[in-house]
Design a protein around this ligand. Structure first.
Ligand SMILES: O=P(O)(O)OC[C@H]1O[C@](O)(CO)[C@@H](O)[C@@H]1O
Ligand SMILES: [Fe+2]
Length: 194
């Protein structure tokens, strides 16, 4: 009987910037997610200016059962109106899968909610690992005025990404600056029945 061989995957990334010299990043601009921000006018202006919000590196492990997909994510500092820059956020297609994020530098929040409407958030500071439990949509938010939020992430290779649910409904909460501090408020654009 022959057993198929498999190749090891070797990648590089900086522990401070999260950037890889050999992998190509995927980049998301305000224009890719303008509808997700509460302040539509501010989003339109930044979208027209081509403003970059975040980029991430998928380190190229096959996305399948038994694999551990991993990479780095860099969310830049900035705001749309008073709402901090954030990732699009997603559920996993296989809802019963989790994910681990480890903060390499910067500061921010991981915002999470499950389909039943339970919402939670946890702070990112360098050296903090946030375990996103199964069934929770997750979005990284950079609350620093000047530093990128850099994380390392890993999730089961068969998890898949469901972006559609968040694109249509939104998250129940938004994170905005109030008196110089992050505040978690109800999302005025959240839609229950779509
Ligand atoms: O996938 P989103 O919501 O655009 O956020 C980006 C981050 O989340 C991941 O999809 C992992 O959950 C990464 O690929 C990336 O770092
Ligand atoms: Fe995920």
């Amino acid at each position: 009987m022959t057993v198929a061989t498999r190749d090891a995957v070797v990648t590089d990334f900086s522990l401070t910037t999260g950037l890889s010299a050999t992998k190509r990043p995927l980049r998301r601009h305000v224009a890719d997610m303008a509808d997700m921000y509460a302040d539509a006018d501010a989003a339109r202006v930044l979208a027209e200016q081509g403003t970059l919000v975040y980029e991430f590196f998928d380190m190229g492990v096959p996305h399948g059962s038994g694999e551990v997909a991993y990479g780095t994510s860099i969310t830049y500092p900035g705001k749309v109106g008073d709402e901090y820059f954030m990732t699009k956020g997603h559920f996993h297609e296989v809802l019963e899968t989790s994910e681990i994020y480890y903060c390499l530098s910067g500061r921010g929040l991981m915002l999470m909610e499950n389909p039943e409407g339970h919402v939670q958030w946890e702070e990112f500071t360098p050296g903090t690992a946030v375990y996103v439990p199964a069934r929770y949509a997750h979005r990284s938010i950079n609350t620093s005025p000047d530093e990128p939020l850099v994380t390392f992430f890993a999730f089961p290779g068969h998890a898949g990404h469901d972006y559609g649910t968040i694109e249509t409904k939104g998250f129940r909460k938004i994170v905005v600056e109030r008196d110089g501090q992050p505040a978690v408020l109800d999302n005025p654009r959240w839609q229950e029945d779509v």
